[in-house]
Design a protein around this ligand. Structure first.
Ligand code: KG4
Ligand code: ZN
Length: 337
């Protein structure tokens, strides 16, 4: 047993999941998530609706996390929250709730960077990577290659200059008439299709950066031209189109990751974020890991997508580092590391 007693309640409200978790001496006890289904019919997250849903969900989610952990709020050592990056209105709900709760209980407040937390999700369960390692963070809002030197010492060495890869999946899915979020659907149809049928040229970028907006436009023009010739083109070729899109996006992700691993001479490779659920990415990583002698780490799926468990884990390390926030802290939609 550690010779300290740290119990933290953590909140996550950066996008469209309202989540609360309790971490007890570095062990994440639970991870309560309320997913907002209100956005589905709009084909994407509507910021105003997200804030309203966070307001409705936050009290029940926090109550459930506390009840489920068997920890009374009077036993808490600190309250943690996602300060950014994310949607301003959404972040404000978690930020103000955490501030009032910390003030009311007279305990410290810990701000957490959402992207740093995605990476620290690797320390919730075993096996855990050793420092230094590289983390590919792939979500609906971000695509980054991060050099992780220590729990709270990270450097972005490559990132997208425009769209995130999850966005590229979702926007491609929308063009194909699939519902939101389309990433998992592209994955599903891709597993039945031929990935070499429609070669989409990948966008070349200097260094370790990515760009996904060109691919999106390429797919749009491709579909427009094919639909002019055959208005049933999508229906008749859906599996092959999805497999080809997925292969292009996954290859782009993996090529830069390979380049980064060589450049930094690192073979501990971690993946985080919602897109890490993608079967093409998982298979591609496995193949590359065998060839390049990598050790690959992917957290359990509930800790890959947005969740407060990862915020709680990050907060634990910040507590140990005496890194607290004042009551003046405010949400930071474009927060950097
Ligand atoms: O990390 P996340 O849950 O939320 C943030 O954006 O922060 O990631 C959501 C993204 C969406 O773009 C979704 O389409 C994508 O992850 N995604 C997938 C798969 N599962 C989720 N993309 C491709 N294949 C999947 N299996
Ligand atoms: Zn996220």
């Amino acid at each position: 047993m550690p010779n300290y007693d740290i119990k933290i309640l953590a909140l996550e409200s950066s996008c469209d999941e309202t989540s609360a978790a309790v971490v007890d001496n570095g062990k994440v006890l639970n991870n309560i998530i309320a997913t907002q289904s209100v956005h589905i019919k709009y084909g994407g997250v509507v910021p105003e609706l997200a804030s309203r849903a966070h307001q409705q969900n936050i009290v029940p989610v926090v109550d459930e996390a506390l009840k489920n952990s068997g920890i009374d709020k009077s036993e808490l050592s600190a309250i943690a929250f996602t300060r950014g990056p994310g949607l301003l209105g959404a972040l404000l709900v978690g930020t103000s709730f955490a501030k009032s709760m910390a003030l009311g209980l007279n305990i410290p407040l810990i701000e957490v960077n959402h992207m740093q937390a995605h990476i620290l999700a690797h320390f919730i369960d075993d096996p855990k990577p050793n420092f230094p390692f590289l983390c590919l963070t792939v979500s609906g809002g971000h695509t980054q290659i991060v050099l992780v030197k220590d729990y709270l010492d990270m450097e972005i060495v490559g990132e997208t200059r425009d769209d995130a890869v999850g966005e590229a999946f979702d926007k491609s899915a929308k063009m194909l008439g699939l519902s939101y979020p389309g990433g998992p659907l592209i994955d599903k149809y891709a597993q039945l299709g031929n990935p070499d049928r429609f070669p989409f040229p990948p966008t070349e970028m200097p260094g370790l950066d990515y760009s996904f907006s060109g691919i999106k436009t390429g797919i749009l023009y491709f579909l427009r031209d094919e639909l002019k010739k055959n208005d049933k083109f999508i229906d008749e070729n859906l599996n092959d189109i999805c497999a080809s899109i997925q292969k292009t996006l996954v290859d782009m992700l993996l090529q830069k990751l390979k380049k980064a691993a060589k450049q930094f001479k690192i073979n501990q490779i971690a993946v985080a974020g919602g897109v890490s659920a993608n079967s093409g990415l998982r298979n591609g990583l496995q193949t590359m890991a065998e060839k390049e002698r990598w050790q690959v780490f992917i957290p359990a799926f509930e800790y890959c997508t947005d969740n407060a468990g990862m915020i709680a884990m990050a907060a634990h390390f910040k507590y140990l580092a005496d890194d607290f926030s004042s009551q003046e802290v405010s949400a930071l939609p474009r927060m950097k590391f």
